[in-house]
Design a protein around this ligand. Structure first.
Ligand code: FES
Length: 191
């Protein structure tokens, strides 16, 4: 990877308007490594784009702009083509999210079952407002529409896992479990 100011950085306003800017130096080094490794293992072009973006986001939680540009270069595409795919699919994000993405369902069934209270309690437990991410990037908090688990209302997702029939007690247990899992992993054990 070459250093210096990237084409996206130079033309940032044109590509991204008012969105949050990140520079190459701010990107987790792991992301560059994943791209290099993936491209080496999966030769090809454009058809590798979505799986590659998934892999990077799965590891670092989001798709910062310099990485989009790097992916474009590696797959022989223009940065704008990559960005249009990233912005088209709702599961891709260009802003940092936590390792544990807490998504509280605010759909009708959940809403009438105190989803707002659940969301407030969760926010207090992790110290976040909706849309925020903790400084250590462990948690982020979002509100989403129906996640297809209305029978379990009030429900939420932690990454791709559904949790239902939520109560304040369940929430405290869940957050404790996630925190201690993360701690164990940092110490080199299983999550
Ligand atoms: S409304 Fe929450 S899961 Fe459907």
């Amino acid at each position: 990877m070459e250093g210096g100011e990237s084409m996206l950085e130079e033309n940032y306003e044109i590509f991204y308007g008012a969105q949050e800017k990140s520079t190459r130096d701010e990107v987790d080094p792991e992301a560059w490594r994943i791209v290099d490794e993936y491209v080496a293992e999966h030769p090809g072009g454009q058809e590798q784009l979505i799986p590659l973006l998934h892999r990077v986001q799965g590891k670092i939680g989001y798709l910062p702009f310099p990485i989009q540009e790097y992916v474009a270069e590696k797959l022989g595409m223009s940065p704008v083509e990559v960005y249009s795919v990233v912005s088209f699919y709702h599961f891709f994000t260009t802003t940092p999210r936590g390792r544990y993405q807490l998504k509280v369902c605010m759909g009708t069934a959940c809403f009438v079952n105190n989803a707002q209270t659940i969301c407030d309690i969760l926010g207090d437990l992790v110290g976040l407002e909706v849309g925020g991410v903790t400084d250590d990037r462990l948690f982020s908090l979002e509100q989403v529409r129906c996640i297809g688990a209305c029978g379990l209302a009030p429900a939420m997702m932690v990454n791709d896992e559904v949790h239902g029939h939520l109560t304040p007690k369940e929430l405290r247990k869940l957050i404790r479990k996630l925190k201690s899992g993360a701690r164990r992993q940092e110490e080199g054990g299983p999550e």
